[in-house]
Design a protein around this ligand. Structure first.
Ligand code: C5P
Length: 395
């Protein structure tokens, strides 16, 4: 189901200021957001902020006269795909667990016919209190999705569980909740980014891969319900929270990590732009400058993907081919040489480091063009294609 419209409930806690950033991110992702604040929330952040960010008036009161028929508690959630309460205070969670309805937001939650997601935010002792534990257990039984909380420093100066998840993480979790679970229960291994082959203590050979495509593929696989291991070369990106991240530098390190993780993987998606060569005898010290010509001796690296796909019982292997000429011909040759059920061809000129890419999927059935789009959209389309092939041929 596509997430088009949500009611964002904001309750009284210091994390309410982060609800403004969450609102901005949701709106930026194309979601229509209707904000409903409790009275306590308005002590922390003003209605005008949310109104400016969403373009809709903010509601607080059950008896608001701006709703013609006096049915704000029904009208505001009509047509909503979800209600998200962020931050959800301990008091509000207790109210939800009891099914009470004594203000607009709690009444909307009780009268809803869509999923309810809550992002708890409170002091660590409130979070650890058996009463809160009881309420959370009840909410889970009632099919309410609980997002977080995180642990860390708290506004009160203490450290522990109870911090609201950061807005970016919440956005990821909210969007993921509504993606089809095409890879439910499967283990997916993804490689991403460039590799780095040391020349000396500070220098190395690498390439312009940003890791964006691989990270997007890992995120799309998580959204589809998979358990994801992400083996990443050096990038500036923050990995999806729910992935198991293994950071590596060189191709040899990537191979070692992949070989181990591949034993349990159902699907291996090899997105990394792996260096074809490594430097023989890298210097442990920084090489000093002098007037002579410096010659680097390079030796070929192992092919990680070919290594895995040639196993006796390989996981479902997907390759990526970035080419600057004869794109489809070279990609198809690679697919056959590496015995892959699927390879993704992309043009280096428009893919490496960019935010958008056009992808061409090559498999036994032929070619499928994924018209240019942002990398997360492409990753979701790719995951849908992989799931379809996997489920028809490999189950
Ligand atoms: O480098 P090449 O064009 O052959 O890359 C095609 C596919 O093989 C990609 O999926 C890439 O991640 C993978 N590869 C690899 N190990 C290498 C080289 C490439 O896994 N040493």
């Amino acid at each position: 189901m596509e997430l088009k419209r949500i009611v964002l409930g904001v309750t009284g806690g210091v994390a309410a200021y982060k609800a403004a950033e969450l609102t901005r991110l949701l709106v930026k992702s194309g979601i229509d957001v209707q904000v409903v604040c409790t009275r306590a929330a308005l002590h922390f952040v003003g209605a005008a902020t949310f109104q400016a960010l969403t373009g809709h008036p903010v509601f607080t009161d059950l008896w608001d006269e701006r709703v013609d028929n006096g049915m704000a508690h029904i009208d505001l959630s009509r047509g909503a795909d979800a209600i998200v309460v962020a931050p959800a205070s301990a008091d509000f969670l207790a109210k939800l667990a009891q099914g009470r309805a004594d203000d607009l937001l709690s009444t909307l939650c009780l009268a809803r016919d869509c999923p309810l997601l809550v992002a708890p935010a409170m002091n660590r002792q409130m979070w650890e209190n058996p009463a809160t534990e009881r309420n959370l257990a009840q909410l889970s039984l009632d099919q309410v999705n609980v997002l977080g909380p995180d642990s860390g420093e708290q506004a009160c100066g203490e450290t522990g569980f109870g911090r609201m998840l950061e807005p970016e993480t919440l956005l990821e979790a909210i969007v993921a909740r509504f993606q089809p679970k095409r890879l439910n229960g499967l283990k997916v291994l993804v490689t991403a980014g460039p590799t780095f082959e040391a020349i000396d203590a500070v220098r190395g050979i690498t390439n312009s891969s940003s890791g964006k495509m691989g990270y997007a593929v890992a995120r799309a696989a998580l959204e589809a319900g998979a358990e994801v291991t992400l083996v990443s070369g050096p990038t500036c990106l923050s990995p999806p929270r729910a992935a198991r991240l293994i950071s590596v530098l060189s191709t040899q390190q990537m191979l070692a990590a992949v070989e181990q993780a591949a034993d349990a993987a159902d699907i291996f998606i090899s997105v990394a732009a792996v260096s074809d060569y490594y430097v023989l005898n890298p210097s442990e010290q920084k090489i000093k400058k002098d007037a002579h010509i410096l010659t680097l001796e390079l030796a070929p690296n192992p092919d990680i993907l070919a290594n895995i796909s040639s196993r006796q019982k390989p996981p479902f292997c997907v390759g990526f081919a970035a080419e600057s000429e004869n794109l489809e011909e070279y990609a198809e040759l690679k697919r056959r040489r590496k015995h892959l059920p699927l390879i993704v061809a992309n043009d280096v000129k428009d893919a490496l480091g960019a935010d958008d890419a056009q992808l061409i999927l090559l498999d036994e059935a032929g070619r499928h063009v994924l018209e240019k789009a942002d990398k997360l959209t492409q990753a979701r389309r790719l995951i849908a294609h992989i799931a379809q092939l996997y489920n028809t041929h490999y189950q």
